[in-house]
Design a protein around this ligand. Structure first.
Ligand SMILES: [Zn+2]
Length: 355
C-alpha cells in the first residue's frame, strides 16, 4: 500500500514520517510504514488484521510498477494511487480521472488471480461506469498467448483490437499484445508492440496487419498425433464423428477456410465447421431450419471447447458470422439450396476417403 490516511489527509509513503497513527483508507485499521533496501517505502497492515479491501501483497515489482504506471498515465487525466471505492469494496492501483470520458481503473496484476475474482472486480468497476484496464506483471509476461490469459485479461482498445497489456518495470515500458485472434486451425495470434508513452497508446496501431498463412501439414500431423494419444480435447470432437461414420483426418475440402475468429473458439473454426456440417448432413430430413442450424452451432461450439464469453469479450458476433459463412459456402458449392425459411440439402457432403 502506497497511500495511508493521517487524520483526514492521504499521505504517500514516499513522503511519510515514521509515526504510529497512520490508518488504512479502506478499513481504517492501523498500518505501519515499511522501508526495505530494495523496496520503496510502503504501508502495511498488521499481520492479524483483516482488511475488507486488501490488495495483493506488496512485492518490489508491484510497488515500483504502480508508481511507474501513474507516471505513464499522467498525461491522460488526474492520476491518483490506490483509489478506494467503498461502494464496491475495491481499490484500484491507479485511478485516472478524465475530463471528457469515464475514469480508468488500472489494476497492476503481478500475483496469481482466479478468473472469478477478475470477473467480479471488472463488473464492479463497470457498474460504476469505470473502464478497468488489467495491466500484467512479469509472471504473465512470460506466459504463452492462449486461453488462460485471454479469458481473464483480454480487452478491446480503440485502434488495437483485442489486447493484453503488460508493464515491464525494468524497461519502464508498456507492452501491448494486440489484434488477438485465432486462425481456423485454432492457433492464437497477436502482434506485440512496445510503447514508451501514453500518446502511442492513444494513437493506436498504424501499420498494416500481416496475412497469416495456415499450415495444414503441421496441423494434420498434430491432429494425427493427438488422435493417436487420445488427447481429450480432440477425442471429444472425434467421438461425435464416429457414429456418423466420419474421421477428422478426412475433412471435406469445402469446409477449409482462412477466416479468423475471436480467440474464444477452443479447437478452432475448422473443427467447429466440421462438426456442424457432419451433423447437418446426418439429419433425418433434407429440410434444414434456422433453429436447427442455431442448435447445431451452439452445441458444436461447446464440443470444440469454445467459450461464449471471456471477461472482456464475447463470441456472439464471431459465432454468428461463422454460421452465416458456413451456410453460404455450402450453398455456393451446391450442397445446400437456400429457401425463404431455411435450406434444403441437395447432395451429400463428400469426405476425403469416400471416392
Ligand atoms: Zn485496510
Amino acid at each position: 500500500m502506497l497511500v495511508a490516511q493521517l487524520r483526514d489527509q492521504l499521505v504517500d509513503a514516499l513522503y511519510a514520517q515514521r509515526r504510529a497513527d497512520y490508518t488504512c483508507p479502506a478499513c481504517h485499521q492501523r498500518v505501519g510504514l515499511r522501508h526495505g533496501t530494495r523496496v520503496q517505502p510502503y504501508f502495511a497492515h498488521r499481520p492479524q488484521s483483516s482488511c475488507s479491501i486488501l490488495g495483493e501483497g506488496e512485492t518490489a515489482q508491484h510497488i515500483t510498477g504502480k508508481r511507474q504506471l501513474a507516471a505513464f498515465f499522467a498525461d491522460g487525466g488526474v492520476v491518483t494511487l490506490e483509489h478506494v471505492l467503498p461502494q464496491i469494496q475495491q481499490r484500484a492501483d491507479c485511478w485516472v480521472a478524465r475530463s471528457d470520458r469515464p475514469p480508468l481503473a488500472l489494476e497492476f496484476q503481478c500475483s496469481p488471480i482466479a478468473t472469478q475474482q477478475v470477473w467480479s472486480r471488472t463488473r464492479g468497476y463497470q457498474r460504476l461506469g469505470v473502464y478497468p484496464l488489467w495491466i500484467l506483471g512479469s509472471r504473465y509476461g512470460r506466459q504463452k498467448l492462449g486461453w488462460s490469459l485471454i479469458e481473464r485479461f483480454a480487452l478491446p482498445l480503440r485502434g488495437w483490437g483485442l489486447c493484453l497489456l503488460f508493464w515491464d518495470v525494468r524497461r519502464q515500458r508498456l507492452r501491448i499484445d494486440h489484434h488477438l485472434y485465432q486462425d481456423a486451425l485454432g492457433n492464437y495470434h497477436g502482434r506485440t508492440t512496445w510503447l514508451v508513452n501514453l500518446a502511442g497508446l492513444i494513437a493506436g496501431y498504424q501499420q498494416p496487419l500481416p496475412q497469416v498463412v495456415l499450415n495444414y501439414p503441421v496441423w494434420r500431423a498434430r491432429l494425427a498425433r493427438d488422435l493417436h494419444l487420445k488427447a481429450p480435447a480432440i477425442m471429444a470432437v472425434q467421438e461425435q464423428l464416429y457414429p456418423l461414420g466420419h474421421h477428422l483426418l478426412h475433412i471435406p475440402a469445402v469446409l477449409a477456410t482462412t477466416a479468423q475468429t475471436v480467440p474464444l473458439f477452443g479447437q478452432g473454426l475448422l473443427m467447429w465447421r466440421v462438426l456442424v456440417a457432419a451433423r447437418l448432413f446426418a439429419l433425418s430430413t433434407s429440410k434444414v431450419t434456422v433453429a436447427t442450424v442455431n442448435r447445431l452451432a451452439t452445441s458444436s461450439f461447446d464440443v470444440v471447447g469454445g467459450h461464449l464469453q471471456a471477461v472482456g469479450v464475447t463470441a456472439t458476433r464471431s459465432l454468428e458470422i461463422a454460421k452465416r459463412q458456413l451456410m453460404a459456402d455450402l450453398v455456393n458449392q451446391g450442397y445446400l439450396r437456400a429457401m425463404t425459411d431455411g435450406w434444403v440439402i441437395c447432395r451429400p457432403l463428400r469426405w476425403l476417403d469416400e471416392d
